[in-house]
Design a protein around this ligand. Sequence first.
Ligand SMILES: [Zn+2]
Length: 381
Amino acid sequence: MGPEPALPRRGTGHQVVVELLLHGPLTRGELGLALGLTPGSVTRAVRPLLDAGLVHELDVVLGPGLGRPVTPLDLVLDRDVVVGVKITAGRVWGVVAGLRAEVLHEASTELSSTDPAVVVDAVADIVRRLLSRCSDRAVHGVGVSVGGQVDDVGHVSVAPLLDWVDVDLGAALRQRLDLPVVVDNDVVSLVRAERWLGAARDLDRFALVTVGAGLGYALVVGGAILELPSSARSPIAHVPLGIGDGVCDEGHRGCASSVLALSAVLGRAARALGREGASLDELLAAHASGHPGATAVVEEAAEALGALLALVADLAWPRAIVVTGDGIGVGLAGRDVVDSAMRARRAADAEPVTVDLQATGFTRWARGAAVAAVEAFVVDR
Ligand SMILES: [Zn+2]
């Protein structure tokens, strides 16, 4: 399928490809240093990649200091792709992405139910539709992300928002798609994308917080994702923040979910705006136009987010916290409140932490799933 020859999956050629993918463009000297190879070995590994059109030489530049001219190498990026799919309760979202997770095409489709057979059909359909738009590319695999507990072969033991227990999603999709399939927990795949190719790629320690229907959390330490025994449950969803008078479905007053989960924010938005079913966009528009009730809702949620980030900063010592998710709008609209609440709850001499609030759509989650497929290729999983 797609152009030949294929990228090498093993050996020194594979190492060179992975190093260029993650850190390219690189000179032969830089490749040798990074991979612990002699100049001769680098030359021997690179030549067939150049001859095959998998790697290309960039313009000559001067080496460091008064060094002699060198020729950086990089992967030829317009030939290899992966597909990423994010499953939510209402829709399936898909992207085709290049190996550096640049999104080339996107599509989504509505789900009539979360019945596993219906979802498998929808995923297979969206993958087919996306791939029909890039028939000249080499497709390396499909990454699928789902909010739940997923094992290495893609068996979903529990996915609360889909109402799934014991769904063999990986096997069902492999039967339908003639491609390698990786199924991953959605927060894990999002943090994977940040660690491999996102803003946090050069940080040895960072945290990811997601704000939406649930509150997700992941931590990367020394380049490794710390995985919870059960990724279906969020470790931060119910931490006490002591903010607001809301009560979560587990009976905690003022826990993170009671004030920051999307359903809690929308419940208060409905009361403030006097309209059942008010959306997050409506809340943010009312806040932007100076509606005092809407502003109070936004600022309370923003204060809760700041308090939550202060806890993450103090307990996990990340260098950066990436915050994203479909409920991030309250944090973006109330950014000043987020920052001041975080400052107020930390020691004056606390180590500063970069907080990166990223506006996001489900495309970003699908892109995270695509990165899981890139990683599967990179580590030859
Ligand atoms: Zn709670």
